[in-house]
Design a protein around this ligand. Sequence first.
Ligand SMILES: [Zn+2]
Length: 242
Amino acid sequence: MAGVLDDAQVSRILSITAHPDDVDFAAAGTVARWTEAGIEVVYCVVTDGDAGGFDENFPRAEMAPLRRAEQVAAAKCLGVHDVRFLGYPDGRVEATLDLRRDLARVIRQVRPDRLVCPSPERSYARIGFGHPDHRAVGSAALDAVYPDARNPFAFPELRERESLAAWTVREVWIAGGPDPNHYVDVTGTFARKVAALRAHESQTGHMADLAGRLRDRLAVTARLAGLPEGRLAEGFRVLDTA
Ligand SMILES: [Zn+2]
């Protein structure tokens, strides 16, 4: 297990993801544990998921507002009430300087102790983990943590025009990456994770036995974590970024 900050030392956590639903598939059980412990959690979602959904008859122009609403509803299921969208186009995210600046801005606004983001690495074992938007957002988020958000001379317009002081994130949790080194037992919050994912009706409404599939996946992770039979877990790669 990695050396991880005690949750009692953590006041605010920022989750950065590429699409509405990413945080719920990867980390909803863990987010529910954090909010139950009194930690404030803020979501920043880079795209509106406008390339998502499965119904070809659904008007595409309505997809972005629908998915934003679904993410806000899913967040409420977990006690998260601050959800920010950056409006980048779904499926075309690159780790540009503009994205790094936009993420550094949110980090300086929220001033989180801990940040959750996707992995910049491709997984050869599970290709769905390596969606290009996830990798781009993971890469830009890590660059925003170090050096952009903490260096007062990076993106000076943030300080000069928006009065946003530099901020150092102490710890990053990479969710859904290929090599987790820390596990959270989410058996007690599993029902809230399922509720959050059901709120993403356009993405999960067609899935038979959503709860059963999630339970199977989290049980595999719990076995990797060495937890007893019957437990469920989510896995992360935790980085000390202080
Ligand atoms: Zn995604």
